[in-house]
Write a protein that binds this ligand. Structure first.
Ligand code: ATP
Length: 357
């Protein structure tokens, strides 16, 4: 069942469109990430859903009810912002109980619910501690407990992890995702971090200049991006300008031709076209006995070896490629050595080039 529906939602600030005719259906119980670069309209769209911002035009409906003109405090949504906005002078329990107090929930029912939530966020022993004396990750959990205290039907998270260091941030991503799945609460999260979106989301909404560039499951978007913008934003990719000559072969910048499974004519691609191949799909060989059409000769220009994974930059004639592997698989790789890079035809995708405006 679709819970939240946006139809042609548009927000103009003076003459500029922050959100431009967005149509979206968010399914029940799923976690959806709004992902995109700074200024693409993610926060504005989330605030319109929350009722904190009024759309210039378009409608927001939840569970079949039109909410477009319903004020934020009557929407019954839980929210966590970048700043968390906890009350520093209050204890953990008082912070979590705050929305219940606002709703005039009876004192003993409040206590039961707070105890339940403290268990859920694994801080039962910290009920009486002022939030000013918590770690970043603990504060994060309290903010989430407070947002879900009154059992909202929709949870809205605006970059809730951006203040945390990398390691804690990764741990909290898993924690929030597991909690969201356990509660089955429909959640929308804004992030500009593609790895965070890939880790947490059932569906990613990639935004570009106020519009939706692509919606889909994380891996579908990663494997089949619809444009250069999406390909570039989601994960590392080799994106090369290519030339089509009406045959099944495509020309690389250095002049060599390769074949791809999705033949150029079948893609319907017109105008400028790019070849996308992900680094993990490029295989490296030091010796090549049977040199097929998709094998390129090059030289290792740089190696980024971080122990668990290894990325090599390969200088080919006219362009560079990045190949990803592991140190175990390629123990003899050295900078400066000649190398063959193979681009399997099935892993080569043709996509439309980014438009200039
Ligand atoms: P970030 O990741 O940097 O938070 P974002 O994708 O969330 O960015 P928004 O904050 O939604 O982007 O902003 C979208 C556009 O709307 C930007 O160009 C921004 O400058 C503009 N904008 C946002 N709020 C206002 C406002 N109150 N008045 C005028 N322009 C605004």
């Amino acid at each position: 069942m679709t819970h939240l529906t946006l139809q042609a939602v548009t927000k103009r600030f003076h003459t500029a469109y922050a959100v431009d005719h967005v149509d979206l259906a968010v399914p029940d119980g799923k976690l959806v990430c709004f992902l995109g670069p700074s200024g693409c309209g993610k926060t504005t769209l989330l605030r319109i859903i929350a009722g904190l911002e009024t759309a210039t035009s378009g409608t927001v409906a939840f569970a079949g009810r039109d909410l477009t003109h319903v004020p934020a405090n009557q929407r019954d949504f839980g929210m966590v912002f970048q700043s968390l906005a906890l009350f520093p002078h209050m204890t953990v329990a008082q912070n979590i109980a705050y929305p219940l107090r606002l709703r005039r929930v009876a004192k003993d029912a409040q206590a039961v619910r707070v105890a339940e939530l403290l268990d859920l966020i694994q801080l039962p022993h910290m009920a009486d501690r002022p939030v000013s004396r918590l770690s970043g990750g603990q504060r994060q959990r309290v903010a989430i407990a407070r947002a879900i205290a009154s059992s909202p039907k929709l949870l809205l998270l605006d970059e809730p992890l951006s203040a945390l260091d990398a390691k804690l941030r990764e741990a909290m991503q898993v924690e929030i995702r597991l909690l969201q799945q356990r509660l089955g609460i429909t959640t929308i999260m804004v992030t500009h971090d593609q790895r965070e979106a890939m880790t947490m989301a059932d569906e990613i909404v990639v935004m570009e200049k106020g519009r939706i560039a692509q919606v889909g499951k994380p891996l579908d978007i990663y494997r089949n991006p619809v444009s250069e913008f999406v390909a570039d934003f989601i994960g590392l990719g080799n994106i090369l300008p290519v030339t089509l000559d009406g045959t099944d072969r495509i020309g690389l910048p250095g002049g060599q031709q390769i074949i791809v499974d999705a033949a150029p004519r079948a893609t319907g691609a017109t105008g400028d076209v790019r070849l996308l191949i992900r680094p993990e799909d490029v295989s490296m060989r030091t010796v090549m006995t049977d040199r097929g059409p998709n094998v390129l000769a090059g030289k290792v220009a740089f190696i980024r070896d971080v122990g668990s994974s290894l990325e090599a930059t390969i200088d080919c004639a006219g362009f560079t490629l990045t190949a990803a592997t592991t140190p175990r698989e390629t123990p003899d790789l050295r900078v400066g050595m000649p190398i063959y890079a193979e681009l399997p035809p099935h892993a080569c995708k043709l996509i439309a080039a980014r438009t200039a405006h």
